[in-house]
Design a protein around this ligand. Structure first.
Ligand SMILES: Nc1ncnc2c1ncn2[C@@H]1O[C@H](COP(=O)(O)OP(=O)(O)O)[C@@H](O)[C@H]1O
Ligand SMILES: [Mg+2]
Length: 256
């Protein structure tokens, strides 16, 4: 089953499941994009050990849109950082598109991250001196196989940026800046998009439009996505919602 087909099926699934494979006949054959096993992350803070992740086991299948919710400090960002290779686990394994991050050097993880992962954060982190086009294209030049005009057009149209490409970040609204950051994150066709509270700095209207676009990218391009959010509406259109508390996933349910 291909990404699009899986995505379409998963979209209509409304039954409560622990294992996303039970949604779809044929899904057992799918290799997960992300798989974690007994994942622990302990921060050392002076003499104190702060366990931010305490044995997280999860999988994300190709084409899935997974939301993560939970109170502040429960380990959501840490989980995303470890999955995306920005931080190293203290114990346990992370498989990213079949690659075991726990066995890699920092340099190896960085290389893999550049090719396979797109990150979006609450802060947009755009380069102020470049216009929107430059901010997006630079990712293609640095990390990709060079500039792909077709991909660039598809992504910028889907994100509603076609008319804003000559504007610098300071000349764009917060919502537009975040859409540029999303375009930059997905321009190289990452295996997974990791979004850490991307609407946290946006007003209601801009939040809605950003969430709507993340959903469209998933539905129309098959973009596998993990979204950390406090927004119940975003959780409502995800295929699954993982609820975290105290460094653990305490619940995994599909939204209705
Ligand atoms: N770099 C760090 N050093 C020490 N403790 C940290 C660090 N980053 C996060 N923590 C702690 O780990 C726990 C989980 O944090 P975080 O993953 O940011 O949670 P969330 O994103 O759910 O708010 C918190 O107790 C936080 O204080
Ligand atoms: Mg966080």
């Amino acid at each position: 089953m291909n990404r699009e087909a899986w995505s379409a099926v998963a979209e209509t699934a409304k039954i409560a499941v622990e294992d996303p494979r039970s949604l779809v006949p044929g899904a057992p054959d799918l290799e997960p994009i992300v798989k974690t096993e007994d994942l622990w992350k302990v921060y050392r803070s002076g003499a104190l050990d702060v366990p931010a992740l305490r044995g997280v086991a999860m999988e994300v299948l190709p084409g899935e849109f997974v939301a993560i919710m939970g109170p502040s400090g429960c380990g959501k960002s840490t989980l995303l950082h470890v999955i995306g290779g920005l931080a190293q686990a203290t114990r346990g394994r992370v498989l990213l598109d079949g690659n075991d991050l726990s066995e890699m050097t920092d340099a190896g993880r960085t290389k893999l991250r550049r090719h396979k992962v797109g990150f979006v954060f609450q802060r947009f982190n755009l380069l102020p001196t470049l216009d929107a086009r430059g901010n997006i294209a630079i990712a293609q030049h640095i990390h990709g196989d060079g500039f792909d005009p077709h991909r660039f057009d598809v992504v910028t149209h889907m994100l509603g940026l076609a008319g804003r490409l000559r504007h610098r970040p300071a000349e764009l609204s917060g919502g537009e800046q975040q859409r540029v950051a999303i375009a930059r994150a997905i321009i190289n066709e990452p295996k997974i998009l990791l979004a850490d509270e991307p609407t946290g700095n946006l007003d209601t209207k801009n939040s809605e439009s950003v969430l709507h676009m993340l959903r469209q990218l998933n539905q129309q391009l098959g973009q596998t996505t993990i979204l950390i959010t406090h927004n119940p509406e975003a959780a409502a259109f995800a295929h699954r919602v993982l609820h975290m508390r105290d460094g653990q996933i305490v619940d995994s349910i599909p939204a209705d």
